[in-house]
Unconditional design. Structure first.
Ligand code: NDP
Length: 366
């Protein structure tokens, strides 16, 4: 353990929230202007983000957009957001004229990411959008182009891109500690409950487990291996066609080939718990994360021993780092922009095609 890391770990809690405790990402002292964020869609994940932002030194909830008037009332009191910064979905284009808001964070069901992103971009505010960025690559491209045209930035809520143990593995891989990387295994799944929720509605979710949880193995394969896959094969299985209707995938196993010759084997499912594991193998060593993408603490080890970094609430770090990206022009170790989100959608389109056709699908990113 480096002395600096050791020092940081002995800091008191409020100070520990200030820098990223990562040798790979060393360390943004989170000072500077504050990113003023309106949350759009006040559901369960927005609640987690809003609570986590209380610990952020560079991001504040300054606006709220909701279809539920009572939530606007309750949340404005909870997070001290003035009534003039609270909007319904019908009214929120007026956010354009609100100087208290720099960015709108879209945290709705997946199908609504595109229409809201287009409106937020038209209103001249930066867009932060939850994963999956959109339902497919076509929609993703529309979002990227709209934001570029409007001159606003588009970021995706890839909180793992700022997680210390993940960043340490990426640092080690870049330093050659694993030798030539040859294999990645990603297991992403949980047993989904309530059959009437939007995650099991094709129109709102855009698919099933792949859109929601499998995307972590898709994205993780890319940042762990350090390459983008060039082909995919995939197989779908379904044990409950009543709960998982046509177009809503229950379980998909998929395999990637990378330009270097490395391969990956991954599983996405809504039917198994305890599936949150990444394993990376190279000629000189390995890295393992389990859990790998849950809310944490993330646990990890490599052939050199355990990874020891203090857990900081992911969304707190994410929002501090997004403030640095949007306000200071910081370049993150792993991108979180719209083109990064679009790549995952291109790959997911290819996974669905491979599962449907039973054929190997070549992946073209342009
Ligand atoms: P919820 O169902 O808990 O909340 C979604 C909110 O969106 C609702 O509360 C509602 O807020 C609003 N909404 C607008 N239109 C609809 C509609 N037609 N049906 C349902 N809700 C609607 O979902 P989550 O918060 O769990 O997920 C939201 C997004 O966040 C998803 O894209 C998901 O993938 C992502 N997510 C990301 C996570 C991460 O770790 N990065 C973790 C969990 C989710 P209101 O009443 O205010 O209008």
């Amino acid at each position: 353990m480096t002395s600096r890391r050791g020092f940081l770990q002995t800091l008191s809690a409020p100070l520990v929230t200030m820098p990223l405790l990562s040798r790979a990402g060393w360390a943004t002292p989170t000072e500077g202007p504050v990113l003023r964020v309106a949350l759009l869609g006040l559901g369960s994940y927005a609640n987690r983000v809003a609570e986590a932002m209380k610990g952020s030194s560079r991001a504040r909830v300054t606006g709220l957009v909701s279809g539920t008037p009572q939530k606007l009332k309750d949340w404005s009191a909870r997070f001290q957001v003035p009534e003039k910064n609270c909007y319904s979905y019908e009214q929120y284009d007026a956010i354009r004229d609100n100087p208290d808001i720099d960015a709108v964070y879209i945290i709705t069901p997946n199908a609504l990411h595109l229409p809201h992103a287009l409106r937020v971009a038209r209103a001249g505010k930066h867009v932060i959008c939850e994963k999956p960025m959109a339902l497919n690559a076509k929609e993703g491209r529309m979002m990227v182009e709209a934001c570029e045209k409007a001159g606003v930035k588009l970021l995706v809520g890839y909180r793992m891109h700022f997680e210390a143990k993940t960043l340490e593995i990426i640092r080690m891989r870049k330093a050659g500690d694993f030798g030539k990387v040859l294999y990645f295994n990603g297991l992403s799944g949980f047993r989904i409950g309530n059959p009437s929720q939007w995650r099991l509605n094709r129109e709102l979710a855009g698919g099933g487990s792949m859109m929601d949880i499998g995307i972590y193995s898709v994205n993780g394969a890319r940042y762990m291996v350090g390459e983008d896959p060039v082909w995919v094969t995939a197989q779908e299985t379904k044990t409950d066609p009543v709960k998982f209707k046509e177009g809503v995938d229950e379980t998909i196993t998929f395999q990637f080939g990378f330009p270097s010759g490395a391969s990956a084997s991954c599983l996405s499912t809504y039917s198994l718990n305890n599936l949150d594991r990444f394993f990376l193998d190279g000629t000189n060593g390995f890295a393992e994360l389990q859990p790998s993408t849950g809310y944490g603490p993330i646990m990890g080890r490599t052939h050199k021993g355990p990874l020891e970094f203090t857990h900081i609430t992911h969304q707190t770090v994410q929002m501090d780092e997004m403030a640095a990206i949007l306000l200071d022009g910081k370049t993150p170790v792993v991108p979180v922009d719209g083109r990064e989100g679009l790549k995952d959608l291109v790959i997911i389109d290819a996974i669905y095609k491979a599962a449907r056709t039973g054929r190997r699908v070549e992946i073209a990113y342009d």
